[in-house]
Design a protein around this ligand. Sequence first.
Ligand SMILES: C[S@@+](CC[C@H](N)C(=O)[O-])C[C@H]1O[C@@H](n2cnc3c(N)ncnc32)[C@H](O)[C@@H]1O
Length: 206
Amino acid sequence: MTLKDHWNAAYRKTTPVQLGWHEPNPDPSMKLIRSLNLSRYAEIIDVGAGVSTLIDLLLEDGFQNITVNDISPVALDLLRESLGKEECNVEWMVDDLTAPTILKQLPLLDLWHDRAVLHFFTSDKDQLAYFNLLKQKVKSKGYVIIAAFSKGGADHCAGLPILQYDTTMISQRLGSDFILKESFEHTFINPNGDERPYIYTLFQRK
Ligand SMILES: C[S@@+](CC[C@H](N)C(=O)[O-])C[C@H]1O[C@@H](n2cnc3c(N)ncnc32)[C@H](O)[C@@H]1O
């Protein structure tokens, strides 16, 4: 089974609100994004968005240039349906962050947002591909928000092993061109009532 098949099956198996990572209110991400006072025309990508409720909120806030990526076309079809007519304001990119093709056409970005995606890339090769794309696409003064499972928390998600992160690990992978602006721990309670501690990080490129 390919990774794409794995994720498509996960999104077919249950409803979006029952997914283990379903976040009814993406408050930690929205708090960080609103603190940036971005222009409504800012180029924003949510990578590995799945069926995230974040996109609806970004549209409500008036953002005009949102790109949504995922490896799973099933997830993005569900998200597109849930947005209704607002979906025409979104650019859709089904592509693999670790072997990007369509993603190479992205414009230069003001904001790269990732919740619960990077931690699945356990090999050096996949991490390198992810960070190479990010570094090619985030503009000078642009922002990066990465939220990943933190140290001491769960070691699997969606039936896959994950790599637990702390702020230093993310900072090292981004390199000295990215300045840490904020980081905090957030314990997400999943739909089964289990605790899933995350580290949230916000960086700005020099
Ligand atoms: C745990 S879910 C998180 C979804 C969403 N970010 C959220 O917070 O609700 C991980 C997502 O990453 C996507 N994904 C996994 N590997 C990927 C890859 N190589 N490229 C793009 N998306 C990927 C999955 O399809 C899934 O939607």
